[in-house]
Design a protein around this ligand. Structure first.
Ligand SMILES: NC(=O)c1ccc[n+]([C@@H]2O[C@H](COP(=O)([O-])OP(=O)(O)OC[C@H]3O[C@@H](n4cnc5c(N)ncnc54)[C@H](O)[C@@H]3O)[C@@H](O)[C@H]2O)c1
Length: 351
């Protein structure tokens, strides 16, 4: 292993350009070696900008012995194939969410990391915000007692203005390239976050997914969900809601509220105080830790630094495939519940 981690980036779109690439550049222990994108022009342009190589295929990139690790930032449908190929080629992998578009593929990605003995990390950046870390510490310290109920929400105006290829033709609306809509794009963030904050797992799901806002390039409702509402039961018996939406026009909502037997933790309900601890008979404790990250306010995620540090120091993955798989099980359960109208239980998430 080189002293600095030598990096390849596969998929050079928005998340690569606003998060992965600049955070590797800012990390003294990482060096960008090369790029691949199915748009050769885009890969060339980024490679020139960062004085690095542009490869002709992802297979060529992962076959380069000069690369130790890759970031995979492509459309969802290609996550599993490229992640498995990179792991089999002996690379450490930082894979964007959602992990893959079928449960079988998610399991295959985890198995490939185990077989290769390489580090697999998922890009669940919500775990790394100061507010979420503080909230988790408060939960762990017993500040609100046993968690009873919760609500968590992630909504914005939709990915068609975010993507590097904007417009109603976006891959985010194409079921062949994404499989799941807001539930996989935003719902997986909040599901993983619930696991992170509470230490519990989603074990039963009842959900409604709808396509009732966005139109595709032909002017017909998109074939993936743009709105999703789920009722979750956690492994400790707590029940609550998870909402994922591409229809919050005009303002994002990234909030979570946890209600315990001894008090309440509010996260991102107030732009000035990102965490609040509210307990009966006591003054409200308000914490100002950092501005809320939004699509228009991208701050350093910490994901890339954690990935680089974990590989170089040989510690376990900061967001392992196994942990991400637990969240993906809940996402697939939401899709099944909405399709069948039934409550779906997730035995493998019982702890
Ligand atoms: N963690 C987060 O908060 C977060 C935020 C946004 C996006 N993402 C994820 O990152 C991934 C990329 O999203 P984005 O917002 O950058 O999209 P984007 O549309 O801006 O860019 C996608 C890029 O990938 C390229 N691409 C697509 N499929 C490819 C393939 N099979 N091989 C090579 N290149 C391919 C496209 O040409 C484009 O340059 C998605 O999986 C998305 O869910 C994560």
């Amino acid at each position: 292993m080189a002293e600095r981690l030598h990096i390849g980036v596969i998929g050079c779109g928005k998340i690569a350009q606003v998060r992965h690439i600049p955070e590797y550049v800012a990390n003294p222990n990482a060096k960008l070696i090369g790029f691949f994108d199915r748009s050769a022009e885009r890969a060339d342009e980024v490679a020139t900008r960062y004085n690095a190589l542009a490869y002709g295929s992802w297979q060529e990139l992962v076959a380069d012995p000069g690369i130790d690790a890759v970031s995979i930032c492509v459309a969802n449908a290609s996550h599993a194939e490229i992640a498995i190929g990179a792991l089999q080629a002996g690379k450490h992998v930082l894979l964007e969410k959602p992990m893959a578009t079928t449960l079988e593929d998610c399991e295959a990605v985890v198995a490939a990391a185990d077989a290769a003995g390489k580090l697999l990390m998922l890009g669940h950046n919500q775990r790394f915000t100061k507010a979420h870390k503080l909230a988790r510490d408060l939960v762990t310290s017993g500040a609100i007692g046993r968690l009873v109920t919760f609500r968590t929400t992630f909504g914005h105006g939709g990915p068609e203005t975010w993507s590097i290829d904007p417009g109603s033709n976006t891959w985010f609306f194409n079921p062949q390239l994404t499989t799941m809509g807001a539930i996989g794009d935003l719902g997986v963030h909040k599901t993983d976050l619930l696991h992170f904050l509470t230490g519990e797992r989603v074990v039963a799901v009842s959900a409604l997914l709808a396509s009732n806002d966005k139109l595709d390039a032909q002017g017909t409702p998109i074939a993936v969900d743009d709105n999703a509402v789920a009722l979750y039961t956690l492994s400790n018996g707590a029940i609550g809601t998870m909402m994922a939406s591409w229809s919050f026009h005009g303002a994002e909502d990234n909030s979570t509220v946890l209600y315990g037997q001894d008090g309440i933790i509010e996260i991102y309900t107030d732009p000035d105080y990102q965490v609040k601890l509210i307990r009966p008979g006591q003054p409200v404790e308000q914490f100002s830790v950092e501005a809320i990250q939004t699509n228009d306010n991208q701050t350093t995620s910490g994901v890339i630094d954690a990935f680089v540090a974990a590989v170089l120091t040989g510690v376990s993955s900061p967001v392992s495939g196994t942990e991400a798989l637990a969240a993906m099980r809940a996402i697939f359960a939401c899709m099944e519940s909405s399709r069948t109208g039934r409550v779906v239980t997730i035995d493998k998430n019982k702890i």
